[in-house]
Design a protein around this ligand. Structure first.
Ligand code: C2E
Ligand code: CA
Ligand code: CA
Length: 862
């Protein structure tokens, strides 16, 4: 140890911190001399390889020297008071040893003055530090409390600002809300004055805000409504400024329908739903009320409309039901219940399917739905079923109902019961398609069915037969027993025909006494022959009409499809032709159509045409057949009988053309010619032989024609014939046709002095009472009775003749027998006292010239 070392006591520097941020870098450390000494802070510098140390605080005021500048490489300057501390003169010597700083403190320093200084310094430093600490604490307290105060006031301010903002926002928010409301909104004070309102008020009533603020809300009500409101208030101890507000005040709430007066008069017509409730301040003080008014004009109108619709819906005579898109019934009206027989509760929630009649096929319903889905509607006739099972035809119209967006919401179905209409339709159909008299199909339905059957036969490759039936002697019954009997006969015949048929066969009445039958689905013709025979037999059975037993018969013509034709017209024509052939063959038989028959039919047609021409060309001649008294001693008159001299054909007898002339009404012009010719002849011969009379045959059609009497008068005038020289022969049929008209005509004829003979007597069914009523002077016994008599006075035929003769005598008529051919016949008639005789026995009909020569010029029967 050197000397120096002996002067220093080494101290270990503890808590050493290297400060490299200052220049020159330095360490800060502290050391303790002993346990009772406080630690001393020092700064250690490395000055050119040597460590120097000084106290870390300025001895003057204890200022921290840690960061202080070092000037002249070894002088530290205190920035506070400029104290210079010389490092080289430092009392601390520093060595670095084993990574530690060892401090050598001069023993003198410790023992002498120096140690005192250090202690003083230390104390001072401690004091200063304490004072500083205290001050710092105070400052801290002050700043803290000031901070607290400041932040509190800031908070307060922010709170206030927030509140203000909030309130402003709220107010604006309320305004905005008020304005978005469509309802009119008023805030009124307890004096009823308007304090606040929304834009809806301005918009609807036409006032601006300034015009309304401060005015009483009651003034927006009509005087009547104001009075009504006030009238409902009880007596109040204060002055009522606003009846509306007081009403609200009383019950806390008010609602009612009102009209509000607008600036624009039109607005007055609007109806509002006024609602008002009280408004209190936060403190609970009553401030006024809020009044809202909802424009319900549209609702009201709609309500009225709805009420009307409901009334219409329910009172409609048409059945209405409403369904949802799935078809579930939502509502029905009374008419629906009446029509279907279901109660409302039975159908709500059901599907209209429940009314289905099963009369329509699937195609029908598919079409219905297709129309509904594509067009939104369907209309048509539908058959539904009532609750009691009855079918019910109706006219149904279904419409889809959509909302504004076009979405299907409902179906509305309206139906009218057309069962009554259907019934009349049915009746009309019955009239149109069925014969009124016999109730069997008429010609129209027949044609329909026939065409249907033909198409079936074509498809199935089968045959069908068409029967054409014509009654024999029907005309007789009709003419003699009258229409009534004829009608009954037709009904009986229709029933008889039907009883012979199969279900698949159809019988129709074509008119008059003509019937037709379709026999469909034939494989051969044996069935046809069998049915024809059956029909003929059935018709020959006598028919009882009241007390009369009449015998009719039937002639049937048959045409077969496809053999005789393949359409309705051809087949009916051929069946008709065959029927005529049957008639010509002798009646009461059936006849299949044969190819040659067309020829006959053709002939008939050409005969008709030829007859027409013949009348124009006057190809006729009158023959006259004499009548004489029963002793044949005197010719009393003649019957005019027509002949057609047809060029190329010779003489055609009347039996072959009179019927056609009657059917075609050609008998009218022909009859005129006959009358005129015969009248002229009568005049000539009556002049030559007074009392001579010509008998002329009259066709019923001719006599009953409207202008017959006028024609008769014309011809009488023109020919200047003596009516006394003329006798008109009529048949029983004519008389029975229309007894009143016939009787009237006969009276008119008789009134002109012309005599009337009843021709062909005994073949009809005329009763005695008719004969008595009619102005008849002559009875002509039908030729058939005379012909039938051979030579036996006790025979039935003789008795018949006797009866007729004595009947004529009883009735005071002249009795004439025609067709007398033999002597026995003449003798028999003479024995009965028959007045006159006509027939080949006396003479055949002769041409006028011949007649005159043979019977008039000589005047004697030769
Ligand atoms: P009708 O009035 O009964 O006429 C008598 C028919 O008997 C006549 O036939 C006549 O020639 C025929 N006759 C007369 N005597 C005999 C006889 O002894 N034996 C036979 N077998 N026949 C005899 P016609 O001339 O052929 O006339 C037939 C029918 O034609 C008439 O029957 C009459 O109904 C009708 N007719 C004839 N001429 C006319 C006429 O000018 N007008 C009208 N509307 N009908 C007429
Ligand atoms: Ca006659
Ligand atoms: Ca006759």
């Amino acid at each position: 140890m050197n000397r120096q070392d002996q002067h220093f006591s080494n101290v270990i520097v503890e808590s050493l911190v290297f400060l490299d941020a200052v220049d020159p870098p330095r360490w800060k450390g502290s050391f303790r001399l002993s346990a009772e000494h406080p630690a001393v802070d020092i700064l250690i510098f490395n000055i050119r390889g040597r460590f120097q140390a000084v106290p870390a605080r300025c001895p003057h005021e204890g200022y921290e020297l840690t960061h202080c500048e070092l000037i002249n490489e070894n002088t530290l300057v205190c920035p506070a008071h400029g104290q210079h501390t010389d490092l080289s003169a430092s009392k601390f010597k520093v060595r670095q040893h084993d990574g530690q700083f060892l401090l050598s403190i001069d023993d003198n320093t410790i023992a002498g003055e120096g140690s005192e200084t250090i202690l003083q310094l230390r104390e001072e430093i401690d004091k200063l530090r304490l004072a500083n600490l205290k001050q710092q604490r105070q400052i801290h307290v002050i700043t803290e409390s000031m901070d607290a105060m400041l932040s509190e006031s800031e908070q307060q301010k922010a709170k206030l600002r927030d509140r203000a903002n909030q309130q402003q926002g709220l107010s604006r928010f309320v305004d905005r809300i008020m304005d978005t409301i469509d309802d009119l909104l008023f805030v009124i004070g307890s004096d009823g004055q308007i304090r606040r309102l929304n834009t809806a008020v301005e918009r609807e009533l036409g006032f601006n805000e300034a015009e309304l603020l401060g005015i009483g809300i009651d003034s927006l009500l009509s005087p009547d409504e104001r009075q009504a409101l006030a009238g409902r208030l009880p007596a109040l101890p204060w002055h009522v400024q606003s009846a509306l507000f007081e009403t609200v005040r009383l019950s806390g709430y008010y609602a009612g329908e009102h009209q509000l007066l607008g600036k624009n008069r039109d607005a007055s017509k609007a109806i509002y739903w006024l609602k008002s409730s009280l408004l209190h301040s936060e403190q609970g003080k009553l401030e006024g009320a809020v009044v809202t008014a909802l424009n319900i004009t549209e609702f009201k109108n709609r309500e009225i409309r709805l009420r009307l619709s409901a009334k219409v819906f329910d009172n409609s005579s048409e059945a209405i039901f409403i369904t949802d898109p799935q078809g579930t019934i939502l509502e029905v009206n009374t008419a629906f219940c009446v029509m279907t027989g279901y109660a409302r509760s039975e159908v709500l929630g059901q599907n209209p399917r429940m009314l289905k009649s099963k009369l329509h096929d699937q195609v029908f319903y598919r079409r219905l739905w297709q129309s509904l889905l594509t067009k939104g509607e369907w209309k048509g006739e539908i058959w539904d079923r009532r609750k009691n099972g009855e079918f019910c035809p109706m006219l149904l119209s279904i419409n889809a109902v959509t909302d504004k967006s076009g979405q299907l919401t409902h179906y509305v179905a309206i139906s009218t019961d057309i069962s009554h209409q259907k019934q009349t339709e049915q009746e009309l159909k019955q009239l149109a398609y069925y014969d009124v008299l016999t109730s069997i199909p008429n010609r129209f339905l027949f044609k329909d069915r026939f065409e249907h059957e033909i198409s079936l036969a074509q498809r199935n490759n089968t045959r069908l037969a068409l029967f054409f039936l014509d009654l024999d002697r029907f005309k007789n019954v009709n003419d003699t027993l009258g229409h009534w009997a004829g009608d009954s006969l037709l009904q009986i015949v229709a029933a008889r025909i039907q009883s012979c048929l199969r279900k698949s066969d159809t019988v129709a009445r074509m008119g008059g006494d003509e019937f037709t039958i379709i026999l469909p689905g034939l494989s051969g013709i044996t069935d046809v022959t069998e049915l024809a025979r059956k029909l003929v037999n059935a018709m020959t059975e006598p028919v009882q009409i009241n007390e009369h037993t009449v015998f009719v018969g039937v002639s049937i013509g048959i045409a077969i499809f496809p053999d005789d034709g393949d359409d309705f017209d051809t087949l009916t024509k051929h069946a008709d032709t065959a029927m005529y052939a049957a008639k010509a063959k002798g009646r009461g038989i059936f006849q299949y159509f044969e190819a040659g028959m067309n020829e006959a039919a053709h002939q008939r047609l050409s005969l008709e045409n030829a007859l027409r021409l013949a009348i124009e060309r006057e190809e006729f001649q009158l023959y006259y057949q004499p009548k004489a008294d029963n002793t044949l001693s005197r010719v009393t008159g003649a019957e005019a009988l027509i002949r057609w001299i047809r060029p190329g054909f010779g003489m055609i007898p009347p039996d072959r053309f009179i019927a056609i002339a009657e059917e075609t009404a050609l008998i009218i012009p022909l009859g005129k010619w006959i009358l005129k010719t015969a009248f002229l002849q009568a005049r000539e011969w009556a002049e030559q032989r007074p009392g001579f009379r010509i008998a002329i045959n009259l066709s019923p059609l001719q006599l009953l024609s409207e202008d017959f009497i006028a024609i008769l008068d014309d011809i009488l005038a023109e020919t200047r014939a003596d009516p006394e020289a003329i006798e008109l022969e009529v048949t029983e049929g004519l008389v029975m046709h229309d007894i009143d008209k016939a009787s009237e005509r006969l009276q008119q004829i008789r009134a002109r002095g012309i005599r009337i003979a009843m021709d062909d007597f005994g073949t009809g069914y005329s009763s005695l009472s008719y004969l008595q009523k009619l102005p008849i002077q002559t009875l002509k016994i039908d030729r058939s009775f005379i012909v039938a008599y051979s030579d036996d006075p006790d025979s039935k035929e003789a008795a018949f003749i006797k009866t007729i003769v004595s009947l004529g005598q009883v009735l005071n008529m002249k009795v004439v027998a025609e067709g007398v051919e033999t002597e026995p016949q003449l003798r028999l008639l003479q024995s009965y006292g028959c007045h006159e005789i006509q027939g080949y026995y006396l003479s055949p009909p002769l041409l006028a010239d011949e007649f005159r020569k043979r019977w008039l010029d000589c005047g004697i029967i030769g």
